[in-house]
Design a protein around this ligand. Structure first.
Ligand SMILES: [Zn+2]
Length: 215
């Protein structure tokens, strides 16, 4: 039976997800404060986008499990630049955040980079352990942002869709124009009723009102 587990990272409370079935796993947005699991074969590391709080554990999980990293080409193109992943700005963001409370600002390697093994443009679909995984580019929050749809039912939305908060387009690399022309139309085509696992905050059921909000 397939399971989906969420791990709340101390890094801006970003969510890492692990999908498991048949002794295999797919990890979404691995964070540095988690340990690669034992007794499970991790086949893929998927990245919803390139921001530091969603990629901090990529190297540890890649080395620990041998899994390959798959993300959009735009995301991959930025993983090697700590400015484009906002890694260098990360401690400042932590200091400035007001919409949640951190006990302390996490220790951060300001020069952290990582690499993708496979990339796609626009959209790609593949089979994993009898499940369909569909990745769709939805730039706006960042150039490399994507949605990950599992079995047409579970949606890993990164920082692109939240339950009651608009998509943030103002970070460096964010683009209202890309969002209007590309990200938002893709989001508005999603069917209502999907179970959404966002990159921050709690899971929720998608309904019309959440599609196309912006700051
Ligand atoms: Zn982000």
């Amino acid at each position: 039976m397939m399971t989906i587990d969420a791990y709340d990272s101390g890094l801006l409370h970003s969510n890492m997800y692990v999908i498991r079935d048949n002794g295999h796993a797919v990890v979404i947005d691995p964070c540095s404060d988690t340990e690669p699991g034992r007794n499970v074969t991790v086949d893929w590391i998927l990245l919803t986008h390139e921001h530091y709080d969603h990629i901090s554990g990529v190297n540890a999980w890649k080395t620990g499990t041998g899994a390959r990293v798959l993300c959009s080409k735009s995301c991959a193109d930025r993983l090697g630049d700590p400015n484009k992943t906002l890694t260098r700005l990360f401690p400042i963001f932590c200091e400035m955040q007001t919409w949640f409370e951190l006990d302390s600002v996490p220790q951060t390697d300001l020069a952290y980079t990582c690499e993708a093994d496979r990339t796609f443009e626009q959209e790609t679909v593949f089979q994993w352990q009898g499940h369909e995984i569909r990745l769709t580019e939805t730039p706006g929050h960042s150039p490399g942002s994507i949605l990950i749809l599992l079995d047409n039912r579970y949606l890993f939305s990164g920082d692109t869709i939240f339950e009651d908060r608009p998509v943030a387009l103002r970070f460096p690399g964010g683009s209202a124009r890309q969002w209007e022309e590309w990200g938002k139309p893709a989001v508005s085509r999603l069917p209502d009723g999907l179970q959404v696992y966002p990159g921050h905050f709690r899971p929720f059921i998608l309904h019309g009102q959440q599609k196309g909000k912006e700051e």
